[in-house]
Design a protein around this ligand. Structure first.
Ligand code: C5P
Length: 230
């Protein structure tokens, strides 16, 4: 671990798909004026790059090379959003579909791919601080983080949230299918041999099932305040 990772304040937010991590991390980073790492986007971009280059998802060696040399940039827009550029092409929205998410969780189960993306993630730790969103931020990537949050919610509630997001874009979306996908993704993320999704021993566990986004944000900010991070 480099000296920079030890010094720069890091808040990690780990948890399953649909727990609200993405939204909370964006709001938190904005509120604190810190950098943001969306580590899931790196796995999604790796999966998309594999499709573009015709690499099969069981070809571990080729995926490792792809991840190690991934030409990806995160570009801040004037409006405060982040654009994701893969090999010169904007893929911000293309990586958000269900198929890329599924592929990402297959690619993310491979140790050599995770290893190849490790330093790229750690490089995001810069002053004045970093909010890191993922599955293994507190357990593997930033074990020295100043504050570790594990954000959970019931699978049913997470499926409902996803359904509400999707239904306007995909009128045929089925709640049952979404729930099954979420359960399959949970099982893959939690049971894989490398960096499985689990709370770090020193994580603060928040269950957002019955909480609003603002309540979760305030709870995290309170924890940050207790640790002198604000
Ligand atoms: O968070 P998001 O849904 O974008 O992540 C896509 C997939 O990438 C997850 O289902 C998970 O399998 C994988 N992932 C991971 N470790 C991370 C972030 C994401 O394994 N730190």
């Amino acid at each position: 671990m480099s000296s920079r990772e030890k010094q720069v304040a890091v808040i990690t937010v780990d948890g399953p798909s649909g727990s609200g991590k993405g939204t909370i991390c964006q709001l938190l980073a904005r509120e604190l004026g810190w950098h943001l790492l969306d580590s899931g986007a790196l796995y999604r971009v790796t999966a998309l790059a594999a499709r573009h280059h015709g690499v099969e998802l069981d070809d571990v060696e080729a995926l490792e090379v792809l991840a190690a040399h991934l030409d990806v940039r995160f570009r801040a827009t004037d409006g405060g959003d982040t654009q994701i550029i893969l090999e010169g092409e904007e893929v911000t929205h293309a990586i958000r579909n269900e198929r890329v998410g599924e592929d990402a969780s297959v690619v993310a189960a491979l140790g050599p791919v995770r290893e190849a993306l490790l330093n790229r993630q750690r490089d995001f730790a810069r002053e004045p601080g970093l909010v890191a969103d993922g599955r293994d931020m507190g357990t593997v990537v930033f074990p020295q983080a100043s504050l570790k949050i594990y954000l959970d919610a019931s699978a049913e509630e997470r499926a409902q949230r996803r359904y509400k997001q999707l239904i306007s874009k995909e009128p045929g979306a089925s709640l049952d299918d979404i729930l099954n996908d979420i359960k399959a993704r949970d099982a893959r993320d939690m049971n894989r041999a490398v960096a499985p999704l689990k709370p770090a021993p020193d994580a603060v566990i928040l269950d957002s099932t019955l909480m609003s986004i603002n309540e979760v944000l305030q709870a995290v900010l309170d924890e940050a305040r207790h640790r002198g991070l604000r």
